[in-house]
Design a protein around this ligand. Structure first.
Ligand code: ATP
Length: 271
């Protein structure tokens, strides 16, 4: 992994700004994510984490600056981008089977018509299902599955296209600790095996702390980028939140107390 050069960068953001009306979510953002790098994106509610993912998915234009993902402007070549959305309830009426959900991740690929294309497609889907250990319930309707089982299938859907860049929006939210670990490990395995860059939006760094190379921490238009040791300190977070924040490390975990922004009232997160 080489984060010192922009050549071959998985994500390249230069002097980027995102504004909605009078409000600047962030500006002057320079960020290069290398192939295989694991970047955590942290920050309170409304700080612009999901909006950053939307920019990278080509769903939201920047107000200023430039961005490329997997070497192209966002929205083009999207099959090289995997996306794990937030955990959410699946409609009871949705009779889609697990393997159909995974197969949606292959849309945009040219598999050709006929039996050969279908076989190749099926083999790819089977391999992705196996990689997340979801064989047992892959043929069940998705609405009958537990939240953890559904989330594994969403990870399989994101990985089936063999993405160069994996964008994850709070993929661990509402999972129990055991499933948080499983999903985080799956994502980490993928980036190690295939040099996939991971951008992981989360409110809680501890479940992914062993894997994180760098952190982007956004608060009210301010941000810091660095290793967890550089960013997750009392001093840096106090500067970002414009108020006294205590960061304590206990048993390899990071605990943050008093992370209330001076400008906006947010809940204490990762407490
Ligand atoms: N298209 C839009 N037009 C106007 N405002 C928007 C638009 N999209 C997002 N916003 C605002 O930008 C802010 C940042 O939203 P975003 O969803 O990126 O935050 P977030 O950091 O992901 O928050 P959370 O942790 O709550 O998911 C919010 O105040 C939101 O209302």
């Amino acid at each position: 992994m080489d984060v010192t050069t922009a050549d071959g960068a998985a994500i390249e953001i230069e002097d980027a700004a995102l504004r909605f009306g009078e409000r600047t979510l962030w500006s002057g953002l320079d960020l290069t994510v290398a192939p295989g790098e694991f970047l955590a994106v942290l920050g309170p509610n409304g700080s612009g984490k999901t909006s950053l993912l939307r920019v990278l998915l080509g769903l939201q234009p920047l107000s200023a600056g430039t961005v490329t993902v997997a070497g192209r402007p966002p929205g083009r070549g999207s099959e090289r981008i995997g996306y794990v959305p937030q955990q959410r309830a699946v409609d009871d009426g949705l009779t889609l089977r697990g393997r159909d959900l995974v197969g949606l991740g292959l849309d945009g690929h040219r598999w050709g018509f006929g039996l050969r294309g279908l076989r190749r497609r099926r083999a790819r889907i089977d391999a992705a299902i196996e990689a997340v250990g979801a064989q047992r319930y892959a043929d069940s309707p998705v609405y009958k599955l537990s939240g953890g089982e559904q989330q594994r299938l969403r990870v399989a859907q994101a990985l089936v296209g063999e993405p160069e860049v994996l964008l994850c929006d709070e993929p661990l939210a509402s999972l129990d600790l055991a499933h948080q670990r499983v999903v985080a490990e799956l994502i980490d395995e993928r980036r190690r095996a295939a040099d996939t860059a991971v951008l992981f939006v989360t409110h809680e760094i501890n479940p992914i702390l062993p894997y994180v190379d760098r952190v982007l921490y956004l608060v009210d238009g301010r941000f810091r980028i660095g290793t967890p040791d550089e960013v997750m300190t009392s001093r840096t977070l106090s500067e970002l939140y414009c108020s006294r924040v205590e960061v304590v490390r206990i048993g390899g975990q990071i605990h943050v107390a008093g992370a209330h922004s001076a400008l906006c009232e947010d809940e204490v997160h990762h407490f």
